[in-house]
Design a protein around this ligand. Sequence first.
Ligand SMILES: [Zn+2]
Length: 295
Amino acid sequence: MLALGIDIGGTNARAAVVEPVTGRLVSSAKEALVDRSPAAVVAVVAALVERVSRGHDVARAPVGVGFAGMLRGDVVVNAPNLHWRDVDFGGPLARALGRPVRLVNDLSAAAWGELSGGAARGARDTFTVFVGTGVGSAIISGGRLLSGATGVAAEFGHVKLVAEGGRRCGCGEHGCLEAYMGGAKLTEWMAESGVAGTPSDLERLALQGDAPAKGLYDFAVGHLALAIANQVTVLNPAVVVLGGGVLSRCPGMVRRVTDVVMTRASAASRQGLEVKLAELGDDSGLVGAALLAQG
Ligand SMILES: [Zn+2]
């Protein structure tokens, strides 16, 4: 049976009809989220589902939704990009679509997509880290997504690098990895430090030896790399999957992370380990959400 996948990020929503075994997109559509109120996002998603469903037998297809935010069941606990806190989103969306939906964190969806048809095909234990606007992760252990006691496990962007006086993060706390390494916050930090441009510019300047750029780059990327190495020691994954807009545009960051993981994760945990770039690009979340909804 075909499945429906939905991906809701900070700026766009996408929907697709997905083939179950191959993960191939049969039809897909995308819409910018201009009005970011929950009711408006529900309306955009309902319209997208109607558009991609035309001509396909998906009236009873399961619906999986990958959402860029911290979730507890149907409730969005915190979505900094949309400025939502404690919003019941799954309930109204299910009513609008006239069927149940499965809401999952966007990184969980992406990790599942990569496991099903991307960089981690065939693996059962993976640690997936995406660095884009923010920093997100997902843990698949023994073929199952780890969600934790209250559903907020694997929020890797919010591990602390600095115990006191750290930079403020979009989550409201201080000293989080994302407050230094997430694309949005890194760009902010660069501007404050007199380094103009994007994270790609930072990488170029740092590798050229520009001192202020190198200071920021070494701190942010060094901590990202060490934090991933430590997770490898704890989780013993078969594959670390790296992706997201910042990492996919900054090969130097990927090299640094790979080097540090392969030297600083415990020797036992890195035996046979592969560090790979995500392969499904922007589609991993759509594919994963659809396949997760199929159960
Ligand atoms: Zn945070």
